[in-house]
Design a protein around this ligand. Structure first.
Ligand code: AMP
Length: 261
């Protein structure tokens, strides 16, 4: 596994790959680190489906609307590298902010519909930051396929839309949500939950998936002591999904599941 803490090192390797690996596929998994089994499932899938697997670790400041959340975001680089190696990663890119934003974020991508709803309505500018960094990473890596978790379903939809709108030559591969044994969707932020909140957190998924309507899920969660940002049902083609976000102290959790409307 080759580590690239400076983008120039990767870009040089990338040029070499183009020369020596013509016709080989590259699978790309972008993350913010603090890896868990959810991330590993993406890396393993990329490993099965591509000749070369690239992982990026970058805690992207432009997608944080809350400076406290950015400061508290868990950083576990040593463990991440070990997990990436075990999962079969070939290259890990972990650039810093100056390398990723040579323009100081003067140039950015924005979307004006879906990104204003759900998480976007509660986190101003969040999806502009996500789309901008993902577009940069796509250009840097030039992957055949990029792997994204359905845990962040709204993000996945927005990235699919960006790829279509800008004719980006990459295939987006959606990956199922990986959950803890008690149903809580795995997330890097789960490690910030205190013991009591961690015990209580699985009720979030239970209420989302068992309620017969978004309104009922909202009511159940409020009665159960959650600070609810939103619960909404949205139709996607023939199926519908229920999206939710709650706060437990300083930690914000999101989840979604398929529902029958
Ligand atoms: P993050 O590091 O949280 O930005 O996530 C990096 C990628 O891993 C995103 O595509 C996420 O959707 C995906 N991911 C995070 N948690 C999970 C999970 N529990 N199951 C599946 N994918 C996940």
């Amino acid at each position: 596994m080759i580590l690239h803490s400076h983008l120039d090192s990767w870009l040089e390797t990338r040029r070499g790959l183009t020369d020596s690996l013509t016709g080989k596929s590259i699978g790309f998994v972008p993350t913010m680190g603090a890896l868990h089994a959810g991330h590993v499932s993406l890396i393993e899938r990329a490993r099965r489906e591509n000749d070369v697997v690239v992982l990026s670790i970058f805690v992207n400041p432009t997608q944080f609307d809350d400076p406290g959340d950015l400061a508290q975001y868990p950083k576990t680089l040593e463990t991440d590298l070990e997990m990436a190696r075990k999962a079969g990663c070939d290259h890990v890119i972990f650039p810093n902010e100056t390398q990723m934003y040579p323009d100081g974020y003067r140039y950015r991508v924005s979307e004006n519909e879906l990104s204003k709803t759900l998480c976007g309505a509660h986190r101003p500018g969040h999806f502009d930051g996500v789309l901008t960094v993902v577009l940069k990473l796509f250009h840097i890596v030039q992957a055949t396929r990029a792997y994204f978790g359905e845990k962040d379903f709204q993000q996945l939809e927005l990235i699919r839309g960006m790829v279509k709108s800008f004719f980006l030559p990459v295939e987006i591969v959606p990956c199922a949500i990986v959950r803890e044994g008690d149903g809580l969707a795995m997330s890097s932020r789960n490690t910030r939950l205190n013991h009591v909140d961690r015990e209580h957190a699985p009720h979030f998924h239970q209420a989302l998936s068992s309620a017969t309507s978004a309104a009922e899920a909202r009511r159940l969660l409020k009665e159960d002591g959650f600070d609810v940002d939103y619960v909404e049902d949205i139709a996607f083609g023939p199926s519908a999904r229920r999206f939710g976000a709650v706060r437990m102290g300083a930690v914000r959790l999101i989840d979604n599941c398929e529902v029958q409307l």
